[in-house]
Design a protein around this ligand. Structure first.
Ligand code: AMP
Ligand code: TRP
Length: 331
């Protein structure tokens, strides 16, 4: 594969989970050696639901540090804050004007996040237009995301096509990069829902910064199915199947190998070992995270990342505005 442009983002709206790591971040790391990568903390997206300023500040720095702790190398990939590159807001507005109410109303993430609320922010509604701008601004070819972002990627492709058709070829139409396994890690208390940092039940998600004891406690309390056999069967054993996926993703073993190990042993032994597998998988990341936070290096990394991102973003934005008929500005 020749070198491609890769871009993705994660919201600083809570503590990152094992789902974020397995579904998204790990693939960021895998892509950085071969491709030109841009990974950002999408703070402008996070404010589509209310955020406390102090919490937003802390979480933003934490997510950026977790990128590095997870293995993203700032010498290879640009790591930056979305709000440090003004082109996102500006192209976001242009994309909003190209989006139809009907297609935004169909977005399942909007339906989920607005359901039952009486004051739904307009930003939540136009969120996918800003996400399209994020991606198109870099003429990204590949966008590594978890399964839940597929619909937003489809809309991005539609908007790119619509713009190109109306105003002439300007944007690359991007492809989603969704892992075959691990694209949807489910909640520990209910395998019909995705593991999410915004779930109010703390026991439902493993945070990347949970202590070993917290991880052990959460896994020992994780919901299981009827019976006692450790077998992968999403239809009849959704809870155990999810735990098996986590085991496989964190250990590198296949589902078959794990099933064979726990043949006849029941859920107890399996869960006990699973906790150690997860603790061991997160230990190096947590160590590196502590180092980075205490060194203060993240500010320089973010400044450098934004500089690199701005060069690309400015150029694309200028081309898009010119194609739409805006007068060139003096500078
Ligand atoms: P978010 O936390 O919504 O900003 O998501 C950041 C990235 O993590 C996106 O690519 C999501 O698709 C991915 N992601 C979030 N939760 C999960 C999950 N439970 N399983 C797999 N991927 C996930
Ligand atoms: N919407 C994504 C999520 O919730 C985050 C995001 C914003 C993103 N902009 C992006 C992901 C651009 C990939 C590319 O997970």
């Amino acid at each position: 594969m020749s070198q491609l442009r890769v871009l993705s983002g994660i919201q600083p709206s809570g503590k990152l989970t094992l789902g974020n790591y397995i579904g998204a971040m790990r693939n960021f790391v895998a892509l950085q050696d071969e491709h030109e990568c841009f990974f950002m903390v999408v703070d402008l997206h996070a404010i589509t639901v209310p955020q406390e300023p102090a919490a937003l500040r802390e979480q933003s720095e934490a997510v950026a540090a977790l990128f590095v702790a997870a293995g993203i190398d700032p010498a290879k990939a640009a790591i930056f804050m979305q709000s440090h590159v003004h082109g996102h807001s500006e192209l976001g507005w242009l994309m909003t004007t190209l989006s139809y109410m009907g297609e935004l109303e169909r977005m399942t993430q909007f339906k989920d996040k607005s359901e039952g609320k009486d004051a739904v922010g307009a930003g939540l509604f136009v969120y996918p237009a800003l996400m399209a701008a994020d991606i198109l601004l870099y003429n990204s070819n590949l966008v590594p995301v978890g399964d839940d972002q597929k619909q937003h990627l489809e809309l991005t492709r539609d908007l790119a096509g619509r713009f190109n058709h109306k105003f002439g070829d300007t944007f690359v139409v991007p492809e989603p990069f969704i892992p075959k396994v691990g694209a949807r890690i489910m909640s520990l208390d209910d395998a019909s829902k995705k593991m999410s940092k915004s779930n109010p039940n703390a026991g439902s998600a493993i945070s990347l910064l949970d202590s070993p004891d917290e991880i052990r406690k959460k896994i020992s309390r994780a919901k299981t199915d009827l019976g006692r056999e450790v077998i992968f069967d999403v239809q009849n054993k959704p809870e155990i199947s999810n735990l098996l996926s986590i085991y496989a993703q964190c250990s590198g073993q296949t589902i078959e190998q794990i099933q064979a190990t726990y043949d006849g042993q029941g859920y107890g032994a399996f869960k006990k070992d699973l906790a150690e597998v997860v603790v061991n998988a997160l230990e190096p990341l947590q160590r590196k995270y502590t180092d980075i936070r205490s060194s203060g290096a993240i500010h320089d990394i973010l400044r450098d990342g934004a500089e690199r991102a701005n060069v690309v973003a400015d150029k694309t934005l200028r081309a898009a505005k010119e194609a739409m008929g805006f007068l060139p500005s003096a500078r």
